[in-house]
Ligand binder design. Structure first.
Ligand code: NAD
Length: 493
């Protein structure tokens, strides 16, 4: 009802405020009267806080022992893990080992081997004005961490950050994805058998579990997933000013210029694109090819696809499946309106989609509007390298970028003008296997990084200390300042 009379409006407002204050006082009283029930999540976190405060996680020997336990647990359950990966994603044992277990073993091995050195405090120089003192950095644990992982590499993307958390001297609550349920429940079983829950706990679940976990107060959140959920996580972290790392995704381009070795390009491109049926965060999402080379690239891709997956890929044991029907329908929906140069068929009963190459493709096609996350490669052409660079620069900063070329100038130009998380020259995906290369995105593709030394740095805080000698106290900094400026100018130039 519209309130036009000032008197009746006042009465209405008054009664409104009375009601509202009544409600508020009731709510407050009610709040006082109710003792909030501890959820299993907050209860576990409280126990982890206590455990962390006890100092149990701090020593180098404890952390090394826990890293060894983690590795032994994986080794002891290797067959079950490979079976679970096959059940969730149709991964062959080779692919499961190469892209999940093998990477996890290498990361754990690196951290265990270098932990002593990484934990040592780092000496840095001290300005002459602070003579006599020493300056150093203590790499202290962050405390109680939350690790949220996606379904596409459900083992690797859970275990690698967890190894970082252990090496950093933290506790961890792990929340794997609901979609990869075989791996997630196996992870829960084996990790909770190997570690006490007050140190490492695993919670399965969906939206409600995520929301409840994110509402708690953590010392650090490590999230891997989509940019959309990344925003939700960042917002939740912001509530308590909790530091977080966001490992996100997006559309990662491949540039193939006129000097590229087409046969080798097709082989390495097909490998990176169709690995895990394209459900890889750093998979080449689309290819920008120098005009005139597209036909020979498609022919070479045809040869490679047949070589890897035979001429009937839908029955190949080496082609993984799409995680679930929702994503199967989504990927098929993305390609429905585009012209297929290769592949295009799918099997409803096994959720497999053939390696598919789309050409010609327009910028406005559905497949160019979102991260594909499936075995589909759109090919677009460009006339000049500047045109390709502008095309990429006008979009979100990608997680990965790949360039195939023999032209050092062109490679240099692409690497220096475009901003992206990381990438390869004349290959795809493999940059994430080098423990010396920090792995992470920029802007829409993420913030922060990990792997190897960077994992340790990510899961620790650099505490800066200046340690002053007692036997000397330079008087220059103290008032009165008369006659001291000249000396100060000499010291601070
Ligand atoms: P997702 O964002 O849907 O889910 C990731 C995690 O967030 C899961 O544990 C999920 O349970 C949880 N989650 C989902 N909805 C949520 C919500 N509303 N609130 C709180 N938590 C929620 O991602 P996904 O589909 O599992 O994985 C695919 C995406 O992840 C792609 O974009 C891919 O590029 C990206 N990814 C990035 C990396 C990387 O290392 N940068 C690795 C793998 C995948």
């Amino acid at each position: 009802m519209l309130c036009w009379n000032p008197t009746s409006c006042g009465i209405l407002l008054e009664s409104f405020f009375l009601t509202l204050s009544d409600i508020l006082s009731f709510t407050e009283n009610a709040h006082c009267a109710i003792i909030p029930a501890m959820s299993i999540y907050s209860d576990t976190l409280e126990r982890q806080k206590e455990y962390f405060r006890s100092g149990s996680t701090l020593s180098c020997s404890f952390r090394k022992r826990m890293l060894r336990t983690l590795k032994e647990t994986l080794k002891a359950n290797e067959d079950r893990i490979l079976e679970a990966l096959a059940a969730d994603l149709g991964k062959s044992p080779f692919e499961g080992y190469a892209t999940e277990l093998g990477i996890a073993y290498e990361e754990i091995g690196y951290l265990e081997k270098h932990l002593g050195k990484l934990m040592r405090k780092t000496r840095v120089s001290t300005p002459i004005t602070q003579f006599k003192s020493k300056s150093y950095i203590i790499h202290e644990p962050l405390g109680n961490t939350l690790i949220m992982s996606p379904w596409n590499y459900p083992l690797q993307l859970t275990i690698v950050p967890l190894a970082g958390a252990i090496a950093g001297g933290n506790t961890a609550i792990v929340k794997p994805s609901r979609y990869s349920r075989n791996v997630s429940s196996l992870l829960k079983e084996i990790l909770e058998n190997a570690f006490p829950q007050e140190y490492i706990a695993v919670f399965e679940g969906g939206h409600e579990t995520n929301t409840e976990l994110l509402a708690l107060r953590w010392d650090f959140i490590f999230f891997t997933g989509s940019p959309a959920v990344g925003r939700i996580v960042h917002r939740a972290a912001n509530e308590h000013l909790t530091p977080c790392v966001l490992e996100l995704g997006g559309k990662s381009p491949v540039i193939i210029d006129g000097s590229a070795d087409i046969a080798l390009t097709a082989r390495r491109l097909a490998w990176g694109k169709f690995l895990n049926a394209g459900q890889t965060c750093v998979a080449p999402d689309y290819a920008l090819v120098k005009e005139g080379m597209e036909k020979s690239l498609i022919e070479a891709l045809d040869v490679e696809i047949k070589r890897m997956f035979t001429s009937s890929p839908l029955t190949s044991p080496d082609l993984p499946k799409i995680i679930n029907r929702k994503h199967f329908d989504r990927v098929n929906g993305l390609i429905a309106g585009s012209e297929k140069a290769l592949g295009g068929r799918s099997d409803d009963s096994t959720l497999r989609i053939e390696p598919t190459v789309l050409y010609p493709v327009k910028e406005s096609d559905a497949v160019m509007q979102e991260e594909i996350f499936g075995p589909v490669l759109p090919i677009l052409t460009y006339k000049t390298l500047d045109e390709a660079i502008d095309f990429i620069r006008s979009r979100e900063k990608p997680l990965a970028l790949y360039i195939f070329s023999r032209d050092k100038k062109a490679i240099g130009k692409v690497l220096s003008t475009l901003s992206f998380g990381g990438g390869c020259v004349n290959d795809t995906v493999v940059h994430l296997t080098a423990s010396g290369l920090p792995f992470g995105g920029i802007g829409n593709s993420g913030m922060g990084s990990y792997h190897g030394r960077r994992s340790f740095e990510t899961f620790t805080h650099d505490k800066s200390i200046m340690d002053k000698a007692l036997y000397l106290d330079l008087p220059v900094r103290y008032a009165p300042f008369k006659g001291k400026l000249k000396l100060l100018k000499l010291l601070m130039r």
